[in-house]
Structure formats: C-alpha cells, structure tokens
Design a protein around this ligand. Structure first.
Ligand code: GDP
Length: 523
C-alpha cells in the first residue's frame, strides 16, 4: 500500500466519558466488530479476562483497574482504527488529558439516565480546545433514561456544542423498539423476530416505513416520527465542516451492552472521522503526514510494569513518514541520536509480518531515560520540534517527605525521575521549602508512593492536603507577604511562583485584594 493510502486508512480516536457510562463495554464491542489486530495493555481486566495483561503492576492487580492508558488497533472495513484508551475512575490523571493530544477525534459516551457528568465535561473541554471532531454515543437505551430531546438540549447548554442527531430512539427500556435512522434512511429494529425477521426497513418519501409490522402498532413509533419531524424542522443543520471543526457533534443512540446501534454508529463514524492531518511545529510550520521524513512526539511515558526492570515505555504518536524497526532518529531536545530497535508490543503481535506504522499510529519505545513527555523525534537531518503539550492544573495535593533521612539521595532521584515522566507535579513551599505533590487524580499519589518504594527503595510519608486551586503569578508580581493561611505560596519545578488556594472564596478574596496581580491557571 502507498503511504497515502496507509495514512488515509487511519482513524485514531479516544473515548471520553464519565466512569460507568459504558466506555469499556463499547470498546469491547468495537473490538468485536473489527478484527482486533493488536491490543496492548487492557481494556480493563475486571470483566473480560481476555484483555487483561499478566504483568500489570501490583497496584493495578489489587484494584483491578489500569493505571495507564493503552492502545488498541482494529481493522474495520478497510480502515485501521486506533482506539487510544483514556484512563478514568480513580486513575484519572494528566495522562488522560494528554492522550487527547495524540488522537484525531473523540467519541463521547453518555449514560442516557445521567446525561453530562463532570468528567465528561472536563475531557470534552480539552477536546474542544483542540478543535477535534467529537462524536456522541448516548448509551444504555435498553434501560429507562431521560428524554432524548432533553439530552440533546443538555449537550448544547452544558457543553456549548451544537448537536445533530444522526438517529433517534424509538422508545427506551422495555419499550425500546429501535432506531429511527435519519442518516441511513431506515429504521433499525431491536426485535427483528417480531417484525418478519427484518433488522432494517427503509423509509419511504414521507419518512415512514411501508407495510404491516408489529412495531408500527405502538404509539412509540408515532412519537418517534413526531420527534424526528420536529428535529428536521427546528434542529441544527448538518454541516460536515462544522463536524470537522468540532463545532457540531453527530449524536447516535444505542446500547453498548446489547450491541444495539454500535455498528450503525461505527459505520457513520468511519464516514466522518478524520484521518491524520498536518501537525504544527514550534515555529508554526505544518508537517504533513505524507512527508517522507519520519516525525513523532511523545505524549506519555509509562513505567515498566515489572519492578525488576527500571526501563519505561515512551508512547509516540507518529505525525509523518513511516516507522521501520531499527531506524535512526534524533531527539530534538537533547540532540541525541538513537536506533529504534526496541519497540513494544504495538509492533510485535503474534502476526508474522510487522505492519507499517505511519501517521496516526502509536508506537511504544523502550526508554532508559532518554525521553521526556513532549519530546519530538525525527529521522534525517532537518530538526523538527512540535508545539509543546499543554500542562494541566492539578487539583489534589499531598505533602511528601522521606521517612528515612539516610535515604534522601534515592528519594530525590526518585522524585526527579517520576516528575519528569509527567504523572505528577512537584512544588516547594516558598517559606519552608517542603515538597508538595500535585496531581489531577488521587491514584497518582498511591502510584508515586508505591514506585518510590519499589524502584528507588525510598519510603515516604504523604500528608493529604485535599483539593486546592492552583494559580500561577508573574515573578515581578510576587510579594512573599501575599501568602496567608488561606493560600500557600509555592514554586513549581521551573521555579515559577504559584499559589495554592484553599477554595474559590479564598481565591476571589485574593483577587479583590490584589487586583493588579494576574492569576493564571494551566488548562
Ligand atoms: P466504563 O466505566 O465507562 O468503562 O463503563 P463500563 O463499560 O464498565 O460499564 C459500566 C456498567 O454499565 C457495567 O455494569 C456495564 O455492564 C453497564 N453498561 C454498559 N453499557 C450498558 C448498556 O448499554 N446498557 C446497560 N443496561 N448497561 C450498560
């Protein structure tokens, strides 16, 4: 296959959702529809053992969750679909956000009984900031949930994105008859056996189904026709450009658990989800996916699951060119040249032939400390540095100290390396020089503690400080007397001054008192 065809066949996306909305269930369905050609890591070990990996960290085994995200590749209808998992639940972290920097579109899964939940909103905002297309799957229609019209309105009101229903549910729960499918001009039935063994029936010119079928006897069908009519007349207009710009989300309904509506969703997703596009460098230059030069950036570094081995895995999103095992690349930041001979499981599955990895694909490189998050690697002579990855404002904080003063050295070394991986952020209190760790999710602290002990033999004490609001200020605005009992003045690891506010009230109070000081957040 030519490079052009390879790249055009790639669809790289992440699923964003609040815990329990059905991300795992729909991922498993997608893997079933396609021939799963490679899976690295797990979907989540807890329900389906077949996706679980044996050498997961102890902490993951204990909790039955995955600490870090993984990549699944599925072949479907001639396309290579890359699903990049976004860790949720307690393992929600900076990694979850950064994964969204490596995908070309996102699928937002919403529980029809719950609507938009907090984590969905946070993840949506990161996607929205990138302007990537967002596809919505409203899940669990086999159960009674909220009114579909109300859910659509919530998408627009809470997330501020226009919504366009591609299909419409005919009932829900026990009365779920199927989908009135405006995109495919048909109805899709949940109970073909009651309707002459028809899964699908075409719509006539009036948007109705001809013939005598069981489902048509229900008032639910009439209601769906009425709703659909309303949508056509009063709803948003479909615009492919708006979808591509992330300004309009196509909405699908279904049930991941029963698999109903998932393939219909997948087919339309394949039609509209973008293939990899050009990526901007630091200098504003665009690197096209078809350029011959191999380029990629590191969006995640994961510790080796086996504590006996110190090495780590760096996840690279390929942006241009073609990856070949053993190729020579340079790390732009350090100018270090290296041979990419040790790639991970994404390249080496059970198949005999190693498939080509091109723009849109994600490869894992064994790392012995050469890479940092945000690094660009390139082949050939022309140095390339992609735009820096955004930093995310941590919300939870812990004081940390070495338990044993004799182990200070390994404590410092461990902290430095783990902070470099980007899973956790480090601060020092301005006045007393104590170490404070900040993270987006709680589990990061436990992982940190576990790894310091197991990999660096340093036992630490952690004192939870709860949630704080972190705001950065400019160095010239800094006056150490601004610090009070309601805020803690610190420096981050780049020596920038940052206040950790007790709560929003404390922050507003500060802002009133120092109107000239600009308080800045990360993302
Ligand atoms: P995740 O936390 O988003 O990965 O959610 P899971 O896929 O683990 O699903 C959470 C729970 O919801 C599980 O008990 C699933 O069986 C259930 N679930 C997922 N999809 C559906 C659905 O379409 N219908 C119903 N009734 N339950 C579902």
């Amino acid at each position: 296959m030519t490079l052009e065809k390879e790249v055009a066949s790639r669809k790289t996306f992440a699923i964003i959702s609040h815990p329990d909305a059905g991300k795992t269930t729909i991922t498993e369905q997608l893997l079933l529809f396609g021939g799963a050609i490679r899976q690295a890591g797990t979907v989540k070990g807890k329900k389906s053992g077949k996706f679980a990996k044996s050498d997961w960290m102890e902490i993951e085994k204990q909790r039955g969750i995955s600490v870090t995200s993984s990549v699944m590749q599925v072949e479907y209808d001639g396309f290579q679909v890359n699903i990049v998992d976004t860790p949720g639940h307690e393992d929600f972290s900076e990694d979850t956000y950064r994964t969204l920097m490596a995908v070309d579109s996102a699928v937002m899964v919403i529980d029809s009984a719950k609507g938009i939940e907090p984590q969905t909103k946070k993840l949506f905002e990161v996607c929205s900031m990138r302007g990537i297309p967002i596809f919505t799957f409203i899940n669990k229609l086999d159960r009674d949930g909220r009114e579909p019209l109300e859910l659509i309105a919530e998408l627009e009101e809470v997330l501020g994105i226009d919504a366009y229903p591609m299909n419409w549910p005919m009932g829900m729960g026990k009365g779920f008859l199927g989908l009135y499918d405006l995109y495919n001009n048909r109805v899709e039935l949940t109970h073909p056996e009651l309707n002459g063994d028809n899964d699908f029936l075409p719509l006539n010119e009036d948007g109705e189904v001809d013939g005598d079928f069981e489902f048509k006897k229900s008032s639910i069908y009439d209601q769906a026709l009425e709703d659909a009519q309303l949508l056509v007349e009063a709803g948003n207009e479909f615009s492919e450009e708006k979808v591509a710009a992330g300004k309009l989300t196509p909405v699908f309904f279904g049930s991941a658990l029963t698999g109903f509506g998932v393939q219909t969703f997948l087919d339309a997703f394949i039609d509209f989800a973008p293939s990899p596009s050009a990526k901007k460098t630091e200098d504003g230059e665009l690197i096209e996916p078809l350029e011959e030069q191999f380029t990629g950036f590191i969006f995640k570094i994961q510790a080796n699951m086996n504590p006996a081995h110190r090495d780590r895995i760096a996840f690279v999103r390929i942006c241009s060119g073609e990856f070949t095992p053993g190729m020579d690349v340079t790390v732009t930041r350090s100018k270090k040249k290296m041979k990419l001979s040790h790639t991970t499981q994404f390249m080496a599955d059970n198949r005999e032939t190693v498939r080509t990895a091109v723009a849109g694909d994600i490869i894992g490189l064994y790392d012995t400390g050469n890479f940092q998050i945000g690094d660009t690697i390139f082949s050939g002579k022309k140095a390339v540095q992609f735009e820096p990855l955004p930093q995310f404002t941590p919300e939870l904080f812990n004081k940390v100290a070495a338990k044993n003063v004799m182990k200070q050295k390994s404590f410092h070394k461990g902290i430095e390396q783990l902070v470099q991986e980007g899973a956790i952020q480090l601060y020092k209190t301005y006045h007393t020089g104590e170490y404070i760790l900040g993270a987006v999710g709680q589990l990061q602290f436990e992982v940190f503690q576990y790894r310091l002990l197991n990999e660096y033999n340093a036992e630490v004490t952690m004192t939870p400080m709860g949630s704080k609001i972190a705001r950065w200020i400019d160095e010239e605005d800094l006056d150490p007397n601004m610090s009070s009992s309601r805020n803690l003045l610190c420096r981050d690891r780049f020596d920038q001054p940052v206040f950790l506010f007790e709560n929003r009230f404390a922050m507003n109070w500060f802002a009133d008192k120092h109107p000239d000081v600009e308080l800045k957040s990360l993302l």
